[in-house]
Design a protein around this ligand. Structure first.
Ligand code: OSB
Ligand code: MG
Length: 381
């Protein structure tokens, strides 16, 4: 039986080594919500919520997630006897719209805790088969094309298997073309619009990007706009990859039905967790849809969950699974996540749970608020 008796919520503030700019804004540091789930018999496991400080990627933020976790979500699981973590998703979803990032944090934590209790590596619990997963880098916007050429060249030199450039209208064609020319026609190059494009106003720019031999154009249009993505995909040779649009298995099915895109960026923290991720994975595999695991500037805790998921057989394209050094002076886990010269991250296959040790002192230093939720307090509420 899987019984979560306590959830300790923490907000940490951790500075990024370099600011990260996307179409809708710049991040200098991240405010992160971490959870520690404790089982009746003592074992515990950490989890991470991917919600950011501002509602510029999705409507959720760390503050809405904190509220949802405390008020509605954690009380549903606390003290409840689950046969397995696979039951958590439906319990957390019942009668609750949205709040997928909040749900995912708790749901994935339940899988992590089950992995600890059953002494099975998380990757194995999910059905992962790979020992290593290839990673790409996601480059933030830079003012000058020359800076991007430097960033991209350095990334390929480090071994990264894919270079994804953030783009926005007006900061796109010239920048991407410069990188394409510097890296050569065969370099694995992609762009991510983070929903900033308008299919009518920006069609010319999208057509120019289409000529640059990109692996994919990620989420050019609004997340809810599967119909216009379909129309755009008809116009373009480059595959469209959906990120923000894929909020669950149904949206992946819609993408296939409507032909809104040809590739899926799956972030478990965005789709409500692992049960939903496994369903999307299955859909993509059965429809020959290429799939990769995206990232949300996770700390080493969130990274463990993404790496475990990315070890499943359907994840054929390099994920956004950069090592700790890309983001942090010092991560919150030991050892930190690293990448080999061939751009691969090793999947922990010998240890249950996250496969890395949480650095409690580091987390303590970074914590700005915490709250302890227990089965007793949930029963009283
Ligand atoms: O669109 O994939 C995205 C980061 C924050 C929010 C959205 C996105 C991203 C990234 C970063 O691209 C990927 C990473 O974690 O390295
Ligand atoms: Mg994206």
């Amino acid at each position: 039986m899987l019984t979560i008796t306590e959830v300790e919520m923490r907000e940490i503030r951790i500075p990024l080594r370099r600011p990260f700019r996307i179409s809708s804004g710049t991040r200098h540091r991240t405010r992160k919500c971490l959870l520690e789930l404790r089982h009746a018999d003592g074992p515990s496991c950490w989890a991470e919520c991917v919600a950011a400080e501002e509602p510029n990627y999705t409507a959720e933020t760390i503050d809405t997630a904190w509220f949802a976790l405390r008020e509605w979500l954690a009380p549903r699981l606390l003290g409840r006897e689950l046969g397995s973590a696979a039951e958590a998703s439906a319990i957390l979803a019942e009668g609750i719209r949205g709040h997928r990032m909040a749900r995912a944090a708790l749901e994935m934590g339940a899988w992590g805790l089950e992995s600890v209790l059953r002494a099975v590596p998380l990757a194995e619990l999910l059905g992962g088969t790979r020992d290593r997963v290839a990673t790409g880098i996601s480059l933030g916007l830079r003012e000058r094309p020359r800076q991007l050429v430097e960033d991209a060249t350095a990334a390929l030199g480090e071994g990264y298997r894919k270079v994804k450039m953030k783009v926005r209208p007006g900061e796109d064609v010239e920048h991407v073309r410069a990188v394409r020319e510097a890296l050569g026609a065969d370099a694995p190059l992609a762009v991510d619009g983070n929903a900033a494009y308008d299919v009518r106003e920006d069609l010319e720019a999208l057509r120019r990007l289409d000529e640059l031999g990109l692996m994919m154009i990620e989420q050019p249009l609004d997340g809810e706009d599967l119909v216009r993505h379909a129309r755009l995909q008809e116009e373009l040779t480059t595959p469209i990859c959906l990120d923000e649009s894929i909020t669950g298995p149904e949206r992946a099915e819609d993408m296939t039905t409507l032909k809104s895109g040809r590739i899926v960026n799956l972030k478990p923290g965005r789709v409500g967790g692992f049960a939903s991720s496994l369903a999307i994975h299955e859909h993509c595999v059965s429809h020959d849809t290429p799939l990769w695991c995206g990232g949300m500037l996770e700390t080493g805790v969130g990274r463990a969950y993404n790496v475990a998921l990315a070890s499943l057989p359907g994840f054929g394209l390099p994920g956004d699974l950069s090592p700790s050094r890309r983001y942090w002076e010092r991560d919150v886990v030991r050892p930190e996540w690293t990448m080999d010269e061939a751009g691969r991250v090793a999947v922990p296959r010998d240890e249950p749970g996250l496969g890395v040790t949480v650095d409690r002192d580091r987390i303590e230093d970074l914590t700005v608020r915490s709250e302890l939720l227990s089965a007793d307090s949930a029963a009283a509420a």
